[in-house]
Design a protein around this ligand. Structure first.
Ligand code: PLP
Length: 413
């Protein structure tokens, strides 16, 4: 930024998504087999993948769908939420976690994060419960797992259903058991940036037979067929079926996941060691109950004091100029985001809690998320998992770049 040569051309050098001969063969296989779409649902490849992925995460059933936004909507629909029911969600997440409530005619109730993990704060959840609360959608954020012990205990005590949003957490285990298998339902995304991807795609996991049948039916326009032909009720569904091409790629990407998970964990250890020598960037601590760590985005806490007081976003600009891409406002508290512009004229169930809408000025003034806002605007530094697949030598460039910015922080200020 101040002239001179950058530390490197660009880290990560790793390409994402990574694919090879296995993906090519799988796609050609699906092409030649002739069933391209997802009807009758599930298709054979989708069914096989869903079963395998469910077992991988320790759930009894898996249902594939078009993406990880729709899976959340299907989950809430399968739970039988009624119009106006409240769904507690973290404020600090991607829009899909809250949009699923709005789009199923429920009311999202936003709560703050825990400072330790930036995941949903169980105390804030408890404080937000009302007689209308029916469900809770915790997100396992970045490389952290939400405090499932406390959240499930609160849910049990208040008779709430739990949908774990695991869009970031393929392969993660809490107390040796896969995430997505702890709540009533678990939702996964296979969108391009994710740890397992087919470009687009999603899956819902559950160990509840009735919920599995309901999810299958909702994904397939409300039909009753195959393993869910016995369903007695007719649910209003949609077409959220995955294609056989996506399922074919997912099979091969899942094969690659365990090795990638190990490489990312090793990269985190390597970077943590290097960055500890520099100071000012502190990895969020790993909860000891997380027995296998997944890292969609590795999240660190920026301390301006370590960088002569320069704001985080100035630090990130300087880091980018050195060739290292990281993100700051990756997420902002959802009501702060123009995408969360759900108005009561379109979604009348919102009126009682949010007046004219979630982003109505008088509503925004009374919504407070001090931890999430500090994370979003001052503290959080997000490093994408493709960076974690870089070689140790490239990872050293990341540390070098941070150290260089630190050395020149006075000049940047
Ligand atoms: C936390 C979270 N939930 C849900 C989603 C939605 O997934 P998709 O992009 O597959 O619709 C995403 C993905 O971007 C996400 O990050």
């Amino acid at each position: 930024m101040l002239g001179g040569a950058p530390v490197c051309e660009r880290v990560p050098a790793a390409r994402w998504p990574e694919a090879g001969e296995a993906e090519r063969r799988a796609l050609l296989g699906a092409l030649e087999e002739g069933q391209w779409g997802g009807y009758p649902s599930p298709g054979p490849r989708a069914a096989a993948f869903a079963e395998r992925f469910a077992a991988f995460q320790d759930a009894r059933h898996g249902i594939c769908a078009t993406n990880g936004s729709v899976t959340l909507e299907v989950a809430l629909t399968a739970l039988g939420l009624e119009a106006g029911d409240e769904v507690i969600v973290p404020a600090y997440t991607w829009i899909a976690t809250a949009a699923c409530a709005v789009r199923t005619n429920a009311v999202p109730v936003f709560v703050d994060s825990e400072p330790r993990s930036f995941c949903i704060d169980p105390d804030a959840v408890e404080a937000a419960i009302t007689p209308r609360t029916r469900a809770l959608v915790p997100v396992h954020l970045g490389a952290s797992v939400a405090d499932l012990d406390r959240l499930l205990e609160i849910a049990r005590r208040h008779d709430l259903r739990v949908v774990e949003d695991c869009a970031h957490m393929h392969g993660a285990r809490w107390r040796e058991r896969g995430v997505g298998s702890w709540g009533d339902l678990g939702s996964f995304s296979f969108q391009t940036s994710k740890l397992v991807t087919a470009g687009e795609g999603g899956a819902i996991l559950t160990s509840d037979d009735a919920l599995a049948a309901r999810c299958h039916s909702v994904v397939n326009c409300g039909r009753h067929e195959g393993d869910y032909a016995h369903l007695e009720e007719w649910l209003f569904g949609t077409n959220a079926r995955i294609t056989e091409f996506q399922a074919a790629v997912l099979e091969t990407q899942l094969d690659r996941l365990p090795e990638r998970t190990e490489r990312r964990a090793a990269a985190i250890a390597h970077l943590s060691q290097g960055l500890s020598q520099v100071g000012g960037l502190e990895p969020l601590p790993l909860d000891e109950r997380v027995t296998t760590r997944a890292a969609y985005e590795w999240v660190l806490r920026y301390d301006a004091e370590g960088f002569a007081g320069i704001p985080r976003d100035r630090f990130l600009q300087a880091l980018a100029a050195e060739g290292v891409q990281a993100d700051g406002p990756f997420y902002v508290p959802l009501p702060d985001h123009p995408l969360m512009n759900a108005r009561s004229t379109q979604w009348p169930m919102l009126r009682e809690r949010y007046g004219d809408g979630i982003r109505a000025p008088e509503t925004l003034r009374r919504l407070e998320f001090p931890v999430a806002r500090r994370a979003a605007y001052e503290e959080a530094v997000w490093l994408h998992h493709a960076t974690l697949l870089a070689s140790p030598k490239e990872l050293d460039r990341v540390v070098e770049a941070v150290a260089k910015v630190s050395r020149h922080a006075d000049a940047l200020r």
